[in-house]
Design a protein around this ligand. Structure first.
Ligand SMILES: [Zn+2]
Ligand SMILES: [Zn+2]
Length: 401
């Protein structure tokens, strides 16, 4: 019954929220700079009679929709920021801000949540509980990010939020699929910076110096061995040194090399173990070759932990929405970081993947997120909007029991 109502209202508002999507896509803004986006969001929420708070965690916006009766408070989260990428999608609502692009689909997340707000506010009379709409800045800004700031400023209080739900457009899943998993859903994403210092000398007399380039190559290999020999084959982890710089000239032994990389893990114990061993092995390797080093291990986003109870309720929601063939059981969590994790640390939360690859297109032919050609299938958005609405009502209903 409620699902029929949601379906009808989704059709009624489809043009409206697709319009928001295209508008946000055309006007992307970088992390903590979501000025226009957050104003639009606040204005749209306000027009529905939802009580709006601005500047929650800098550029964040929240809206509180109170149902006709009292009940649990469900938080729905969307992120709003874009990336420093030059768009090459060739779509007819291409970015007007040169060099900035919604390449992670956060424009779609924001538009879908606004679509859900339209629908749920029209269903207010039938809602026993409240919905807190959380529009978050700076998801891409690891390690600080926008979620932590909103939580610090009380987004989960007044009224107290019982659960938070979120989603991400997912280019490896087809439109019509929703991916869910209980437990770990994304990796912890940490930053690793290592400065190696040696002693420079003429390239022809290396015995007079300490070669920081050679030391750096030993360190990089040692770090890879750390993964293969210390992380169980049943667990997994990644250390990538994405940037390496050092030296001054081809015929001078380098006295300094800087390594900059990222460490991804799924289990807290693996994360602690790696951060300890990275330090130990790097120091030992560098010192055994006569150099010195500085190591900076910066903790970024923790892993998202999907709550088992809420996950099982939402499995049913998803099946009702897209059928059992649309329910995708995620086996391996995503090695990418996602700061929705901070919500999942505080209250029972579930993050799902919304398939957005058009039907029939091969995975390898569909551009992934952070690619300058990434654009989610428009048809995926209506599933996301309906998912936001029915997951909220299902969960509210269950928490009431
Ligand atoms: Zn991203
Ligand atoms: Zn993203």
């Amino acid at each position: 019954m409620l699902n029929d109502k949601i379906k009808k209202l989704e059709e009624k508002y489809r043009k409206t929220y697709l319009g928001y999507w295209k508008d946000f896509h055309q006007h992307p803004e970088l992390s903590f700079n979501e000025i226009r986006t957050s104003s639009k969001v606040a204005e749209i929420l306000g027009s529905m009679g939802i009580s709006v708070k601005r500047e929650v965690g800098y550029t964040g916006v929240t809206g509180l929709l109170e149902g006709a009766e009292k009940g649990p408070v469900i938080g729905l989260r969307a992120d709003m920021d874009a990336l420093k990428i030059n768009e090459r999608t060739g779509c007819d609502f291409v970015s007007e801000n040169r060099g900035i692009m919604h390449a992670c689909g956060h424009d779609a997340h924001t538009a879908m949540l606004l679509g859900a707000a339209h629908i749920l506010s029209e269903m207010r009379e039938r809602i026993a509980g409240s919905v807190k709409f959380i529009f978050q800045p700076a998801e891409e800004n690891s390690p600080s990010g926008g979620a932590a700031g909103m939580i610090r400023e009380g987004v989960l209080e007044n009224p107290e939020v019982s659960a938070v739900l979120g989603l991400h457009v997912w280019p490896t899943l087809e439109t019509g699929q929703l991916g869910i998993k209980q437990g770990v859903m994304s990796a912890a994403s940490d930053r690793l910076k290592i400065t190696i210092k040696g002693k420079s000398c003429h390239a022809a007399y290396p015995e007079e110096g300490i070669d920081a380039v050679v030391i750096a190559s030993e360190v990089i290999s040692a770090l890879q061995t750390l993964i293969s020999r210390n992380v169980s084959p049943l667990d997994s982890a990644v250390i990538t040194i994405g940037k390496l710089s050092g030296g001054t000239r081809y015929n001078i032994v380098a006295d300094r090399v800087d390594l900059d990389g990222t460490v991804r893990t799924f289990l807290p114990e693996t994360r602690d173990m790696l951060s300890r061993k990275i330090e130990k092995i790097t120091k030992a390797t560098v010192e055994s070759m006569g150099g010195t080093c500085e190591i900076e291990y910066q903790r970024g986003y923790p892993p998202i932990m999907n709550d088992p109870g809420v996950t099982s309720i939402l499995r049913k929601t998803i099946t009702d929405l897209v059928g059992s063939e649309g329910l995708y059981e995620v086996e391996t969590p995503d090695p990418g970081g996602e700061d929705f994790a901070y919500f999942s640390e505080k209250v029972p939360s579930v993050f799902v993947w919304l398939g957005c690859k058009p039907k029939g297109v091969a995975v390898e032919n569909f551009p992934k997120v952070h690619n300058n050609r990434f654009l989610p299938d428009e048809k995926a958005l209506n599933i996301g909007v309906k998912y936001f609405c029915s997951s909220t009502l299902d969960l509210m209903n269950d928490l009431q029991k």
